[in-house]
Design a protein around this ligand. Structure first.
Ligand SMILES: *Cc1c(COP(=O)(O)O)cnc(C)c1O
Length: 373
């Protein structure tokens, strides 16, 4: 590439389409002149932030002028204790997005190595591979959104640096039994790292039936990514972590920008980890909401996919307005959900679990829209 002008960019950057975030409450209030808007679009915690985390942010606000301690050692120690893993495996980042980006940049040589994932998948895997100049290979999920691990394995060769698998999956909520992932890990070439993105794993009915985290030390080629954005209710503070083979963890620490986890995120994360009452209540509200919304939407004739996450994916019944129209009409009624066109699924919708009251208002609105025909 020739440097022709002072504002020219790499070809990967020229071709880049940015991440599409869910709409914000402020945007919709302003656009439709509403004074109350419910957001069920970005899989955030319906109960808000943990009270202990909020208190920690206030308590430490005056420390904002200090740099964080290098390596976030207290947070690393707390996470290692929380999961019963060696602290040498833990890397924390500015959201799990940062860890996904770092894994790609740390492992894959641009123009030579590749990354594999299902299609559709969480868009950050594709975006950061593209930005980095690393080929992303994809294979379709099965018709029912289950994982076709044999097809995934066929994409993999000696140059595959990473395989990304999201479980429970976004946007379907599907999560395979842990045994299936174990088989996948064993079938991959020894030099390929299987990255299990478990952003939603703690919402599963039985975490141990789905997660390989308890057996992590038996698998030298598995990485697990988790986040404080969902069940811990800290999406806006940007805090995620990876459990990695220790040698790889050490390399990620060396290349990570020194202060990407800020002081308030670190204090809030520590407090949220200790707030077991808030977490238990969050998980209870989400599991209950999953039941209520699945039953309610099915009762309205929607097809609803079984979900282990804090959201459900559904298809409006035949003869009802198109998914896009339902999304738009809900917006005008002050309810934001997620259309899935950006995932290549234009006739499907995703809704995050709200509080009992928000769930009821969403179902009432759907009843009105779907019965109106
Ligand atoms: C929400 C989500 C994350 C979390 O991202 P953060 O950067 O930690 O907020 C990671 N992976 C998937 C699949 C997600 O849906």
């Amino acid at each position: 590439m020739l440097l022709t002008r002072p504002d020219s960019v790499r070809p990967e950057v020229e071709a880049f389409t940015p991440y599409t975030p869910g709409l914000s409450i402020d945007e919709i209030q302003e656009r439709y002149g509403l004074n109350q808007v419910i957001k069920m679009a970005s899989n955030e915690n319906p109960l808000g932030a943990s009270p202990l985390a909020r208190a920690a942010i206030e308590r430490h606000a005056a420390k904002a002028f200090r740099y964080p301690q290098g390596g976030n050692p207290r947070l690393v120690a707390a996470l290692a204790r929380h999961h019963g893993v060696d602290p040498a495996r833990v890397v924390v980042g500015n959201g799990s997005d940062e860890l996904i980006d770092l894994l790609i940049r740390t492992r894959a040589v641009p123009g030579r190595h590749n990354v594999a994932a299902f299609s559709p998948c969480f868009s950050i895997y594709a975006l950061q591979s593209r930005f980095c100049g690393v080929e992303l290979r994809q294979t379709r999920l099965k018709e029912d959104f289950a994982f076709d691990c044999n097809a995934l394995l066929k994409l993999v060769d000696g140059e595959t640096a990473l395989v990304f698998v999201t479980t429970p999956d976004n946007p379907s909520g599907y999560s395979p039994p842990a045994a299936e992932l174990k088989k996948l890990a064993l079938a991959l070439p020894a030099a390929c790292l299987l990255v299990l993105d478990e952003a939603y794993m703690d919402f599963a009915d039985d975490e141990n039936a789905h997660s390989l985290l308890p057996e992590l030390s038996a698998f030298p080629n598995i990485a697990i990514i988790r986040t404080f954005s969902k069940s811990f209710g800290l999406a806006g503070l940007r805090l995620g972590y990876a459990l990695l083979p220790p040698r790889l963890a050490d390399y990620l620490w060396r290349v990570r920008l020194p202060f990407s986890v800020n002081i308030l995120a670190e204090e809030a994360g520590l407090a949220a980890l200790s707030d077991s009452a808030f977490r238990e209540e969050s998980l209870r509200v989400v599991r209950q909401g999953r039941e209520t919304l699945s039953r309610g939407l099915r009762g309205l004739g929607c097809q609803v996919w079984p979900s282990q996450a804090n959201f459900i994916m559904f298809r409006p019944p035949a003869g009802s307005p198109a998914a896009r129209d339902i999304f738009e009409r809900l917006l005008r009624m002050g309810i934001i959900i997620r259309p899935l066109a950006s995932y290549g699924l234009p006739d499907l919708l995703r809704v995050s679990m709200g509080t009992a009251e928000e769930n009821r208002r969403f179902l009432d609105a759907c009843t009105e829209l779907l019965h109106a025909g």
